[in-house]
Design a protein around this ligand. Structure first.
Ligand SMILES: [Zn+2]
Length: 119
């Protein structure tokens, strides 16, 4: 499953970030998923839950923010939502489209309890 390796990759990053910040417990993490990444949010949530179960990350809340696929026409500069992977400008019909958003797959926010923290 595609999402299993992605969830594992995210967890590796989270663990590294937590050790960098001497964080003891992960409360919440927000991950941005672009439409073009091909990640199914429900599947990712499921895999994330399976991997962290029984580990020090158990109980962490995974929030997913889906980012729609948007492009900009190189010919006329129009910005538009790309649907059904149709890379063609709705304004002028040009096929040279630059992807503006939708490729994201990144951790955007983390909420942790720090060691000897402020409660
Ligand atoms: Zn155009």
């Amino acid at each position: 499953m595609h999402e299993m390796s992605i969830a594992q990759g995210l967890i590796d990053i989270l663990r590294e970030e937590m050790s960098n910040h001497r964080a003891e417990r992960l409360r919440r993490v927000k991950v941005r998923i672009g439409e073009l990444s091909g990640v199914v949010p429900d599947a990712l949530s499921f895999c994330f839950g399976v991997i962290i179960e029984g580990t020090e990350l158990d109980g962490a809340l995974l929030e997913l923010e889906q980012v729609p696929l948007e492009g900009r026409c190189r010919a006329c500069g129009a910005c538009f939502r790309i649907r059904n992977y149709a890379f063609q400008c709705p304004e002028c019909g040009d096929g040279s489209i630059e992807i503006v958003s939708g490729r994201e797959l990144s951790i955007v926010e983390m909420e942790v309890d720090e060691e000897g923290g402020n409660g």
